[in-house]
Design a protein around this ligand. Structure first.
Ligand code: ADE
Ligand code: ZN
Length: 326
């Protein structure tokens, strides 16, 4: 019997497709493409997933993503995620991808966009799930590289709903990315940004005021700035939170310490997501369950969180009403 959490219709809004690469698939892709891996076994890969902070994770995540080479690899990766997400009751997924992780290795947009398009089309047909793609810029590579990436992506703008900002946070403030995000907005793309994961509340202010971010990815560190919490609540800016990620990357010591419920109680539109589920030990329903147990939240609160996810999506009002049963 599926539990309440599985049955709730929900959207996943913070999911890095490269972060869904399970070790088993890493090995099968390496064998198929005749390339080596820096690990001997699936168990050795999992054993390496002991993170001390965001950077310690990113170092391993970028190495894992190097197992992806062909359109078929990207299609298989996204299809496996969408099957898994549909099983968790996800009816709409807005997925991040990191083009620079691939273009830096000589793999062009045509390769991954073809694979993504095939997986998304199949998911619509066979799983009845709608999808969107958000292209993220790697902040550690700086704005000139982000501008080149936006230009390279231009032929594929029709396949994107938005752009985002991810990778190492501290030392790479959103203010450095105003030009590229401004250009993306002019092209009609939505703007979101990772901010306040490890970085200070100032980065969240900058994402809102300088980049025009419509959602903040993570945003947990906003809590230390009451004026910012008021702003997020007043303007109904969604936070796409990823509780299991935050524990694995030591943003919070334990799930019981997570501030999701406090921010929700303060009127912030909070959503639950999985970030990089292959690395953090759980897909989206696992995140909902961990939060419900760890923070002692009611079924009604879980239902509200699922509603928030649909309301915070970039679907049009008609689709939102349909999914919400309004
Ligand atoms: N890329 C993949 N996961 C990320 C995260 N949690 N923060 C920043 N960049 C990421
Ligand atoms: Zn993320």
């Amino acid at each position: 019997m599926p539990d309440l959490i599985t049955l709730l219709p929900k959207a996943e809004l913070h999911l890095h497709i490269e972060g869904t690469l399970e070790p088993e698939m890493m090995f099968s892709l390496a064998a198929r493409n005749h390339v080596g891996l820096p690990f001997e076994t699936v168990e050795a890969v999992r054993a390496a997933y002991e993170f001390t902070d965001l950077q310690s994770f990113l170092d391993i995540y970028y190495r894992g993503a190097a197992a992806l080479h062909t359109s078929q690899d990207f299609e298989d990766l996204m299809w496996a995620y969408l099957v898994r997400a549909a099983g968790d009751g996800v009816c709409h997924a807005e997925m991040f991808f990191d083009p620079q992780t691939h273009t830096e290795r000589g793999i062009g947009f045509q390769v991954f966009m073809t694979g993504f398009a095939r997986a998304r089309e199949r998911a619509g047909r066979e799983l009845g799930i709608t999808t969107g793609l958000i292209m993220c810029f790697l902040r550690h590579l700086g704005e000139p590289a982000a501008l080149d990436t936006l230009e390279a992506a231009a032929p594929f703008f029709d396949e994107l709903i938005g752009v985002g900002l991810d990778s190492s946070e501290v030392g790479y403030p959103p203010s450095r990315f105003q030009e590229v995000m401004g250009r993306a907005r002019e092209a009609g793309l939505h703007v979101v940004a990772h901010a306040g994961e490890e970085g200070p509340p100032e980065y969240v202010w900058e994402a809102l005021d300088l980049l025009g971010a419509e959602r903040i990815d993570h945003g947990v560190r906003s809590e230390s700035d009451p004026a910012l919490v008021s702003r997020l609540a007043a303007d109904r800016i969604p936070l796409t939170m990823c509780p299991l990620s935050n524990v694995r990357l030591r943003v919070f010591d334990r799930i019981e310490d997570h501030n999701l419920k406090r921010l929700m109680d303060a009127g912030v539109k909070v959503t639950i997501n999985s970030d990089d589920p292959a690395y953090f030990g759980g897909y989206v329903a696992d995140n909902y369950r961990a939060v419900q147990q760890g923070l002692g939240m009611s079924d009604a609160e879980m239902s509200q969180l699922a509603r928030n996810s649909i309301e915070a999506s970039f679907l049009d009002a008609g689709m939102k009403a349909q999914l919400l049963g309004d």
